[in-house]
Design a protein around this ligand. Structure first.
Ligand SMILES: [Zn+2]
Ligand SMILES: [Zn+2]
Length: 137
């Protein structure tokens, strides 16, 4: 990989650039993947397409599934299942209680609410779980 501050090569596993002393991942002048100089404020490298903002859109191992959460919202949104799945327990309880306490009379409210959230999850408008962890595919 390459130093994002000065563009020189850094050994994999090193935590700072031996040339300029900048910590790995700091700096916005060069692409860490290909060493190409990038425009200030750019979010991806125009040379190789690598994410320049630390790759924080990449879901970690064990991340919740966006697809599963979205489908749960669309099909079981009235019970708040997708919110329980993502850890948004308060919202999930609210949707569940609206359905249960009204004996189903207001179930359409939480069904539509869940449906909208399910679509937002699939479209990426909701892209983290309750802990702020990015959702996987
Ligand atoms: Zn450097
Ligand atoms: Zn690049």
């Amino acid at each position: 990989m390459y130093c994002k501050n000065c563009g020189c090569t850094i050994d994999d596993g090193a935590y700072a650039c031996t040339n300029c002393g900048t910590y790995v991942g700091q700096g916005m002048n060069f692409c860490a993947n290909c060493g190409n100089q990038v425009q200030p404020g750019a979010v991806i490298c125009t040379n190789c397409g690598f994410s320049l903002n630390g790759g924080n859109t990449v879901a970690p191992p064990g991340a919740k599934s966006k697809m599963a959460a979205g489908l749960l919202g669309i099909f079981l949104g009235g019970l708040g299942v997708h919110n329980f799945y993502l850890g948004y327990t308060g919202k999930g309880v609210a949707q569940l209680l609206i359905t249960l306490l009204s004996c189903g009379a207001l179930s359409e409210v939480s069904i539509i609410w869940g449906l909208i959230e399910g679509i937002m999850i699939l479209c990426g408008n909701i892209n983290t779980d309750a802990n702020g962890t990015p959702l996987g595919d």
